[in-house]
Write a protein that binds this ligand. Structure first.
Ligand SMILES: [Zn+2]
Ligand SMILES: [Zn+2]
Length: 180
């Protein structure tokens, strides 16, 4: 079965927000082979029990009153103005991700950016200089021992962790980082 396409989160399996699972979805009552394991904002608790199809078509939002990205976290980084439709698409129909602190969804070119994934030192080396520069920029640190120590300490699973985004229009990479 092909996973639905999320324009703001193109590889939710790669980013770890969606996992292969035999769990039954509480929204459609089907075990479809994948389950969402990211944050769910709702009155009731929905941990690891919503399938990505019900996120993509908005039915999980409608049936459960759930959102998957805190709408307050979208565009915390800058002055971009997003439409209500863009914010609804990200918060109601896009898989979120778990950070150590309040998550932030990066924006660029008057749109939400696509979430690429979490990264530590090793992942950033693989992603290349533009990704490293985006993370360094988000720290405000100049080249020097302080930046090098922080860069070396970045870890996808332990923190501090970097979160990478890519603009859907101009492909500029954006990032932020946090730690426990
Ligand atoms: Zn479902
Ligand atoms: Zn852009």
């Amino acid at each position: 079965m092909t996973l639905p396409h999320f324009i703001y989160h193109p590889d939710p399996v790669g980013s770890g927000s969606v996992q292969p699972s035999s769990a039954t979805c509480v929204s459609c009552n089907q075990a479809r082979g994948y389950i969402y394991v990211g944050p769910v904002y709702a009155i009731d608790e929905y941990e690891n029990c919503i399938c990505p199809w019900c996120i993509a078509d908005g039915s999980a939002h409608q049936r459960l009153g759930a959102t998957f990205v805190d709408d307050e976290s979208i565009g915390l980084d800058g002055e971009e103005t997003l439409s209500e439709a863009q914010i609804a698409e990200v918060s109601q129909r896009t898989p979120g991700f778990n950070g150590w602190q309040q998550e932030c969804w990066i924006t660029h070119c008057d749109d939400a950016a696509e979430f690429v994934g979490k990264a530590g030192h090793a992942e950033l080396l693989e992603l290349g200089p533009a990704a490293i520069a985006a993370v360094q920029d988000s720290t405000g640190l100049e080249d020097g021992p302080q930046w090098r120590a922080f860069f070396n300490a970045l870890d996808k699973d332990q923190g501090p962790t970097a979160y990478l985004f890519k603009c859907r229009h101009c492909a500029t990479l954006g990032a932020y980082q946090d730690s426990r």
